[in-house]
Design a protein around this ligand. Sequence first.
Ligand code: HEM
Length: 403
Amino acid sequence: MRPLIHWLSGPAEPRSFPYSVVLEEFHRTGKHFVGKGFLAMLDSARRAVTSRAADDGDAATRQLTAFLDVALDKWDGRYDYCSYLALRLLRLPCGSDDPTPAAMAGRQSRDRLLVRLVADALAFELAAAARTTDFLPQERPGSAVVAKRCRLGVRAVTAPLTRLGLAQAVGTGTPASTAADVHAVARDLVFPGDPSLRLTMLPVHVTHDEYLFIRVLQSYECLFAAIADELRAAVAALAGAAPGTAADRLGYACDLLRAAGPLFSLLATMQPQSFRTFRQYTEGASAIQSRSYKLIESLCRRPEADRLESVAYQSVPEIQARVRDGQPTIEQTYRSAVADGRLSGAEGVLVARRMAAFAGALMQWRRTHLRLATRMLGMRSGTGYTEGTPYLAAVSATPVFTP
Ligand code: HEM
């Protein structure tokens, strides 16, 4: 506590904020159990930093403000999916005022972040197995599970590593050694200004598997954001002078989603009893609030009125508003391009095929998600205020494009 008191009594310089001390305090008990006195001090830190922000909106101030928003979400009573996963700190979409600095745009930066997130999850598994960390000490998995996690994690990043031209840096040794290779590669993928991952891990409890849960969700958010970028570009292409180029975008989006399959397998190694332990404290944070997922869905085609007005879209008000405002979709721009004669012949067939392939990949994602949720959750209700798996079963059959 002392370094924080010391910082508060000085000029509250964001660059010298004692992040390590704060992280240590949060990690000792889990975010849900951090003492009120400590949170009150962080609240004072936030006031100090906010009063500076008007004239000093530099990167250090922005980072500290975003970190304190994540740390104080439960204190403020606005804990949700975005703050649980620290999406703003990761510079992933999470609200109407999304930070999208130039550095985050583009396929490569998404691939780099994805590799870093998975590599970090594997590094934690290895450190816990080697007993070199006492972070999240409850319900540590056995060595067979750790080896399986390493194998699946390495598989989950094979595609992005290949795209980055770095696949050969990962050897063919034991699961632990290949995971260590991925971690070594990931260290070199940090560019100036990239988000610091250690600030984006604030579990609610002290159960080991929550680390994996958070990193896998963050990895999917990174992928969803990348897929949404491709679909937006596909819509623009279909509405423009070269509609055939939408096929490339749809193909890339489909490859991203299919190649991410091992992420679900990785999460399936989570111990159901561990999940049930920490989820007692995640009420209110649910991926039903994933803005990027609903953007993907609504960019394919306009959701039916009952879905648009349901909890599915009430949980992402800015996407709901965009749809109501007539956000153009792939389905609609494709039909117009065909009707206008701008898209025909082999090009038209290829776009249609890629649309069908993407729809297949998304339906597959939904089926796998439903299986995993059923395994982990049984008939318990969701943390996003739905009845749980019955909701997922009902929505998983919704067509991606109008049949
Ligand atoms: C232990 C694993 C998981 C369980 C038990 C689970 C459970 C659920 C449940 C019950 C819902 C319904 C909303 C609610 O009431 O919360 C839901 C929605 C959702 N989940 Fe998961 N989930 C898991 C993993 C994941 C992962 C790794 C992702 C990837 C980001 C994900 C993405 C989503 C999305 C996008 C929705 C919204 C679907 C829609 O509204 O159509 N889930 N999940």
